[in-house]
Design a binder for this molecule. Structure first.
Ligand SMILES: Nc1ncnc2c1ncn2[C@@H]1O[C@H](COP(=O)(O)OP(=O)(O)O)[C@@H](O)[C@H]1O
Ligand SMILES: [Mg+2]
Length: 222
């Protein structure tokens, strides 16, 4: 499902080059829940950004369902990302002036392949999947941070992505809410067969994953 080959990211800085990810080879099976763990600065976000099509590698390849995503044109990559990859970010990422339902609907509106009515029906279903269909009309500021994160998850699932990525998607939440959101992500991945790759600093939660990938100093350690 997901394969990284010689994946490399080097940043050019005033102090010289920083090798954040160094020739990573990684295979993650379809439907698997994998947790990426490692110290701060070990390269986790850089790795996930390249896997998610957000940050261009300086070397190597990312294959998702056989597609070499960084070989696509810019427009092709954007369409692929929107259709196949869901991303849940570290902090609140909802558009503040859109209601929950419209935030969730956004990726389908961008894809432009469904009718307005079908989009709203599906957005409501996705909100129900995260237990928030009763809050469809709420604006982000009217929701708790845990609820906002649920809406962000519903939005990430809007286009039925094959791959769901999260970069410490719960690290700013309290412990109880963090546990609930992580359980929700795990259940969703299980019931929908979505491949789930999460970066987390929380080793207890990472232990619930089917696979733990340890990163140290830009490489995967066995
Ligand atoms: N945009 C950037 N420019 C320069 N260096 C960066 C940039 N992003 C990350 N780095 C450096 O790359 C290394 C890995 O960072 P990162 O991928 O954010 O690690 P993690 O997510 O594990 O904390 C660190 O040394 C960090 O300082
Ligand atoms: Mg990070």
């Amino acid at each position: 499902m997901l394969a990284c080959r010689g994946l490399t990211k080097q940043y050019e800085t005033d102090r010289g080059p920083v090798a954040a990810v160094r020739s990573v080879d990684l295979d993650i099976e379809s439907g698997c829940y994998a947790a990426i763990v490692g110290r701060s600065g070990s390269g986790k976000s850089s790795l996930l950004g390249m896997i998610g099509g957000l940050s261009r590698p300086t070397g190597g390849r990312v294959l998702i369902g056989g597609t070499d995503i960084w070989a696509l044109s810019e427009a092709g990559a954007a369409a692929f990302r929107n259709a196949r990859i869901g991303f849940v970010f570290q902090f609140a990422s909802l558009l503040p002036n859109l209601r929950a339902l419209d935030n969730v609907a956004l990726p389908a509106r961008l894809a432009g392949t469904m009718s307005r009515r079908a989009i709203l029906e599906r957005a409501l279903e996705r909100l129900a999947d995260v237990g928030l269909d009763s809050h469809a009309e709420a604006f982000p500021f009217e929701l708790s941070s845990g609820e906002q994160r649920r809406v962000a998850i519903a939005r990430a699932l809007m286009n039925d992505p094959a791959l769901l990525l999260g970069d410490e998607p719960t690290s700013d939440l309290d412990e109880q809410t963090e546990r609930e959101i992580m359980a929700l992500l795990r259940d969703i991945s299980r019931s929908r067969g979505t491949t789930l790759v999460l970066v987390t600093h929380n080793l207890a939660l990472a232990a619930q994953a089917q696979r733990i990938v340890h990163i140290a100093d830009g490489v995967v350690v066995p």
